[in-house]
Design a protein around this ligand. Sequence first.
Ligand code: FAD
Length: 394
Amino acid sequence: MKLAFSAEDEAFRAEVRSFLAAELPPGLARREAAGFHNKRDTVHPWQQRLYARGWAAPNWPAEFGGAGWSPIQRYIFELECGLANAPEYSLIAMSMAGPVLCRFGSPELQHEFLEPMLKGDCWFCQGFSEPQAGSDLASLRTRAVRDGDEYVITGQKIWTTDAHMADYMICLARTDAEVKPQAGLSMIIMPMDAPGVTVRPIDTIDGDAHVNEVFIEDVRVPVHYLIGEPNSGWTQAKYLLGHERTHNAYLGMLRRYLARIPALIDDELCRGLPAAEAGEYRRRHARLAIDVDALEWSVLRVLAGEEGPALGAAASAISIRGAAYLLRATDLEMAILGPQVVPRFAPDDGTPLVAGAPPAAAGRTTQYLYWWAATIFGGSDEIQRNIIWSTLFR
Ligand SMILES: Cc1cc2nc3c(=O)[nH]c(=O)nc-3n(C[C@H](O)[C@H](O)[C@H](O)COP(=O)(O)OP(=O)(O)OC[C@H]3O[C@@H](n4cnc5c(N)ncnc54)[C@H](O)[C@@H]3O)c2cc1C
C-alpha cells in the first residue's frame, strides 16, 4: 500500500490548480463559497469550460468522453475543486445517470444522451425514493406497464433533487409485481416535460427548495428508453449507488472550510472576539483538521484498493464521518461568527444581511442547516451502520 502522492500526481495537481485559477468564473466561486444552491444557468458556463478541456466527466470511461483519470487523479481533482470553490454541476447526470448509461445503456441511448450531458445541455434527476420507499427501496410502488411500443408509468416520487431543473428522470419503476420485490424493477428514462408529470417543490430547513415531489400520472415513454433488460433495475441501482465510493467523504468541501476558518477567527478577533474564545475555536479547528487528515487516509486506503471484502463497509464509514465533520465545520463557522449569521434567508448573491458583517457571514446558516441532509441522502447514517455491521460482523 502506498499512501503518498506520486510526482505525477503532484504534477497533475498543479495542472488542475492552474486550470481552476484561469477558468473558474470568480462570481461563481463566490456564490459557491457562500454556500448557495446553484441554478442551472449559473453553472452552465463552468461545465462548458470543463467540457472544452475534456474534464467534464471525471468518472466516465474515456471512450464515452470521460477524463480517463486514475481514481487518485479523480480524487485530487475533486479536492482541488473544493478548495477553489468550484461548484458541483449537473450531479445526477454526471455521477449517476451518465455512468449507468455508459455501462448498461443501448448504443442509441448513449448516442442520444451522453454528449448533451457532457455539454451541460441535458440535466437529469434521480427518481428512486417514494413516500413509503426510501431506505427500503425494494418496496417502491411506481409501476411501468408495457403498452405496445411504450411504457405507461404511474406513481409518485419524493425528495427528487433538481427535478424542477431536469430534462429527464432516471425512474426506478416496478415492471413485474409477481416476482420478489428486487427482481421486478426497471430503470427507465422519463422526460420531465411529458404530459402527466407534475413537479411540486418541497421547502427544506435551509430555506431553499431544491428537492421536490414528482407526481407521475399515466406518463407514456417509448420502450427504447428502458435502460438495459426489463427487470434489471435493481442491479443498475446498486451499480449507481455504489459508483462513487469516496465522494461522500466530502473532502473537497471539508478542506475548503478548514482553509478558511483560521482567517475567520483572526477577523473576528479584530472585531472584539475575546482571546479565550478564539483559543477555544482554534482548538476545535485543530481537532477537526486532525480528524479530516485521518478521514483522508481512509479514503486513500479505499482508493488504493486495500480494503478487500470490507470495501463496502469502509465506504459507509467514510460517509458517516464525512457528514459528521461537515456539521462540525459549519457549526464552528456559525459559532465564530455569532449573531452575524442569524438571518437564514440571505440574498443568494452572497451579500451578508447584517450591517458590517464580513462576507463570510453570508449563507452560513443556510449551509449549516443543509448539511444535516448529508446524514440522510445517499443512505442514512443508520443504514450505513447496518451495512458496516452486516459486512464485518455477521
Ligand atoms: C436533501 C435530500 C435530497 C435527496 N435527493 C434524492 C434524489 O434526488 N432522489 C431520490 O431518489 N432520493 C433522494 N433523497 C431521498 C433519500 O435517499 C432518502 O431520504 C433516504 O434514502 C432515507 O429514506 P426515507 O426518507 O424514506 O426514510 P426512511 O427510510 O423512512 O427512514 C426513516 C428513519 O428510519 C431509519 N431506518 C429505516 N430503516 C432502517 C433500518 N432497517 N435499520 C435502522 N434504521 C432504519 C432511517 O435511517 C431514518 O433515520 C434525498 C433526501 C434528501 C434529504
